[in-house]
Design a protein around this ligand. Structure first.
Ligand code: PGA
Length: 262
């Protein structure tokens, strides 16, 4: 099963993520990071930026692949994931912009953009560490409930719930939230070598419990992580509040052997 770490704060989660990246970077300067948007990864990127600065780390050869992008939004729009990834990750961490990929969402290339993106990930020898948030409906990337657990990168239609959840980035106006997106598929995400899913707050508690302790089902795309050989959930106490086995996860974390990495 996935490792489940219950932490006190987003900052603590961010530090754990940053440590995992820094350890992997020391082994492989050409690390391939899977990047997510949304509020959840914010503290993780800040922690990574801090570590890179403090330890004077060379990240010039690190590659990045974003999970998803809206369709119908200009890449220069401040809320396009192209803009968000550059503003919240690439600039603060100091990554090389030429090595950062975001799925192409222009209508002309959309029919083959998914296959092209998966081919680009493969050409980079796959994602080493994929950071993930989770939707209140259990989505990962923009794979809404019902998405095939073997899906490749492709276009999807957002649920009304996701559009409502994301309206806060669009002047609280759901009508401004695009209807369509292109997202790495669940199958694509599952090919990453290490998945680190972060979740904070009570609104994520049900989705977190369903992902970790519920059945593996396309109705909760994050439940696919149960089949991944190296998946880590880092959740705060509110997001962990519906986990039946929470005490056991804390027991496991408390007795984690020192030699065992994240
Ligand atoms: P959030 O979104 O980080 O903004 O809560 C997570 C997600 O939808 O994957």
């Amino acid at each position: 099963m996935a490792e489940v770490l219950i932490v006190k704060s987003q900052e603590e989660a961010g530090e754990i993520y940053a440590r995992a990246v820094v350890t992997a970077l020391a082994r492989n300067p050409q690390l391939v990071l899977g990047l997510a948007t949304g509020s959840t990864p914010h503290a993780a990127y800040q922690a990574l930026a801090r570590r890179v600065k403090e330890d004077n780390l060379d990240v010039s050869r690190v590659q990045g692949f974003a999970l998803d992008e809206y369709v119908g939004l200009d890449p220069e729009h401040p809320e396009s994931y192209h803009s968000v990834i550059f503003r919240e990750v690439v600039e603060p961490v100091g990554l090389n912009p030429d090595l950062i990929h975001v799925p192409h969402s222009d209508i002309d290339t959309l029919p083959h953009a998914g296959a092209d993106y998966d081919a680009a990930i493969e050409a980079a020898c796959g994602v080493d560490i994929q950071i993930l948030g989770i939707g209140t409906d259990g989505h990962i990337g923009f794979n809404e409930p019902g998405s095939s657990l073997a899906s490749p990168t492709r276009m999807k239609t957002l649920t009304e719930q996701t559009r409502l959840d994301n309206a806060r980035f669009f002047n609280n106006d759901v009508n401004q939230v695009p209807m369509h997106c292109i997202t790495q598929g669940v199958g694509t995400i599952m090919k990453a070598k290490h998945l680190v899913l972060l979740a904070f707050g009570k609104s994520k508690a049900q989705a977190v419990a369903a992902s970790i302790e519920g059945p593996i089902t396309a109705m909760c795309p994050a439940s696919a992580l149960q089949m991944h050989p190296h998946a880590t959930f880092i959740v705060d106490e509110a997001a962990a509040s519906e986990l039946k086995q929470a005490e056991y996860y804390q027991w496991v974390a408390h007795h984690k052997p020192q030699w065992q990495e994240l």
